[in-house]
Design a binder for this molecule. Structure first.
Ligand SMILES: C[S@@+](CC[C@H](N)C(=O)[O-])C[C@H]1O[C@@H](n2cnc3c(N)ncnc32)[C@H](O)[C@@H]1O
Length: 242
């Protein structure tokens, strides 16, 4: 993989600690800014993910890098026995827990602090695993993906939603302008953490997508990989099985 992009350039902390700190810092206004940044379109992408996950009628679902739990909550409609949301940022999970309690879903969704690269689950535990806008924040992508493969049941489904880069004119140019100029300005205006939104766009520009990401999934033990670009390719949904 290319360059490792970290949030705080003058910090000696590793990427994982910096990412946890950054999301703790922005947790309170994460949901609001998410909607603004994606112009509300992220909701439709998440719906698509839920539909793909539901095709296998999963009973045990794990949502990694669950953050404030939007996707975990939407997956409750699939009526599984259990959904676990896991994240390294206690601050993000706290916001999520409050939303879950408000929606009366506390008996269905468990939120736990944990690291995707070393998870407290037995081999072959989950029927489906999701990660939305999380994989590009992993410190060690390969380690995270092999660990996900380990806890997924054989034939279980893995669905990833992640930013990608449009490749065609004029979307490519428009997207570059948006992520490099508009997004950091919105972040600076509305977020308490001034560098967070520069990190988010910089990391989006450096993360592998499309076939390159499918290859990484395959290298880490997944089969039947497929990428589905959404909204001119500003994001992509990846599906794979173990
Ligand atoms: C952009 S947020 C996405 C949150 C949520 N999934 C969503 O779609 O809104 C990325 C999340 O990944 C989490 N994260 C980053 N590295 C992680 C890791 N190694 N293990 C677990 N969570 C991690 C961060 O703490 C953060 O909450």
């Amino acid at each position: 993989m290319g360059k490792i992009v970290k949030p705080y350039k003058d910090s000696d902390l590793g990427k994982k600690e910096q990412v946890a700190k950054m999301f703790d810092n922005i947790s309170e206004n994460y949901d609001g800014l998410n909607r603004i940044i994606s112009l509300g379109i992220d909701v439709s992408w998440r719906k698509k993910v839920v539909k793909l996950v539901g095709e296998n009628n999963p009973k045990q679902i794990l949502d990694i890098a669950t953050g404030t739990g939007d996707l975990a909550m939407m997956m409750a409609e699939l009526n599984p026995d259990r959904i676990v949301g896991l994240d390294i940022s206690a601050g993000m999970l706290e916001v999520g827990k409050q939303k879950i309690a408000k929606a009366n879903l506390s008996n269905k969704i468990e939120m736990i602090v944990g690291d995707s690269e070393n998870m407290p689950f037995d081999d072959n535990t989950f029927d489906a695993i999701t990660v939305s806008f999380g994989v590009r924040n992993f410190e060690n992508l390969d380690k995270g993906l092999t660990e996900i493969n380990r806890v997924l049941k054989p034939n279980g489904k893995f669905v990833v939603l992640e930013t990608s880069n449009p490749t065609k004119f004029p979307f490519k140019q428009g997207y570059k302008l948006y992520t490099n100029i508009v997004l950091p300005v919105i972040g600076k205006l509305f977020s308490k953490d001034k560098v967070a939104y520069s990190y988010l766009s910089e990391s989006a520009n450096h993360f592998p997508f499309g076939k390159a990401f499918n290859n990484i999934l395959e290298k880490n033990g997944f089969s039947n990989t497929k990428d589905i670009p959404v909204t001119f390719g500003v994001a992509s949904i990846y599906t794979a099985t173990k």
